[in-house]
Design a protein around this ligand. Structure first.
Ligand SMILES: Nc1nc2c(c(=O)[nH]1)N[C@H]1C(S)=C(S)[C@@H](COP(=O)(O)O)O[C@H]1N2
Ligand SMILES: [Mo]
Length: 324
């Protein structure tokens, strides 16, 4: 499956895109008219259909992350793009879709700094140009106990790390979201310390699962989902997946994260999905699948959100009856 990145109001149907996504495309296209569109097209379809074509990138479905059972349960796009956490635009689940549309995502600068041989300020489109994008279907779970399955478009975080060339001092990475209260009115409130920041240990960041996404469902990332670039760490609770990233710093010491600062006993640094350990205010044993209906049966939450095989070796040193 090849996915062409382009600006176009004429989007052909897609093999990977669920029907209702296709149906809702017109609305999305309107919202994304001035930005790039990631759209799924047939194999080797590379024609440029729009003079304002932005990046000219192609994305391939990574077969390792196209598990048929997961693909079957892909969350309808309308839920994944309208029930969001993005406190920069308000704390209600419906706020981000309402208020994030004006966020200016082009031009976008991504700063890579700290203990690296190649610090740089990248214009995002220049950074993306030489990369090959992948389509990966991942489970995603919020600490609030709802979950979804999303086809993301992007590239493994380790591709960026390889470019940055961390020195031997680099042990952690800190990510920061844009700080711009004019565009992000939620930043005028003190619900969190701004800019939103998150962190990973370097070996977690190097794991193949750690992913920087620039799109989802075969098209450009909707602003409410973290355009133009957001992290996806599928074995951790959703808040680790920081949106609208402007800064990636390589550090020697473990950074504090925004949620950790606001409530350390609820949102510690690692925050791996762990059904055995309850959040202080609710159980983590089950989850509500987004879009399955209010009365649908809850689903059992899996350790590391189902990715234990790929990541449990990272946490050998931990007592995971405490860690969640
Ligand atoms: N900058 C920023 N990133 C963020 C958040 C936020 O408020 N601000 N919320 C987090 C939380 S709690 C979740 S569950 C996911 C939600 O991602 P989604 O809206 O794409 O489902 O984004 C995470 N990333
Ligand atoms: Mo969350």
């Amino acid at each position: 499956m090849l996915i062409k990145v382009r600006d176009s109001l004429e989007v052909p149907s897609s093999a990977i895109t669920p029907e209702d996504v296709y149906a809702s495309r017109r609305t999305i296209l309107k919202a994304a008219r001035d930005s790039l569109i990631l759209s799924a097209v047939g194999p080797l379809a590379f024609q440029t259909l729009w003079e304002d074509q932005a990046f000219g990138l192609a994305a391939k479905a990574n077969p390792k992350y196209q598990e048929p059972a997961l693909k079957k349960s892909i969350t309808p796009f309308k839920y994944a793009s309208s029930y969001n956490n993005f406190y920069e635009f308000g704390t209600d689940k419906s706020d981000p879709k309402k208020y994030a549309q004006k966020l200016k995502i082009k031009p976008w600068t991504l700063r890579v700094s700290g203990h690296v041989e190649k610090p740089a300020d990248y214009l995002l489109e220049d950074f993306l140009k030489p990369l090959s994008l992948e389509d990966r279907v991942y489970r995603f779970r919020c600490v609030e106990a709802w979950s979804m399955v999303v086809p993301w478009l992007g590239f493994p975080l380790r591709a960026l790390i390889a470019k940055a060339k961390p020195t031997s001092k680099a042990k952690y990475i800190r990510f920061k979201t844009l700080f711009d209260p004019k565009q992000m009115p939620g930043q005028k409130s003190r619900v969190l310390q701004w800019p939103y920041q998150e962190g990973l240990r370097l070996d977690e960041a190097m794991n193949d699962l750690s992913f920087l996404a620039v799109g989802m469902y075969g098209k450009v990332m909707p602003n409410q989902n973290g355009a133009p670039i957001r992290l996806v760490v599928p074995w951790k609770y959703g808040f680790k997946s920081i949106k609208s990233i402007v800064s990636i710093e390589f550090l020697e010491k473990q950074p504090k994260t925004s949620w950790e600062i606001s409530a350390p006993q609820e949102y510690p640094f690692y925050s791996n999905v762990n059904p055995r350990v309850a959040h202080p205010r609710w159980s983590q044993k089950t989850e509500r699948v987004l879009g399955s209906g209010l009365f649908a049966k809850r689903q059992k939450t899996l350790p590391f959100n189902g990715y234990a095989d790929q990541v449990d070796h990272l946490y050998k040193a931990f007592d995971n009856t405490k860690l969640y």
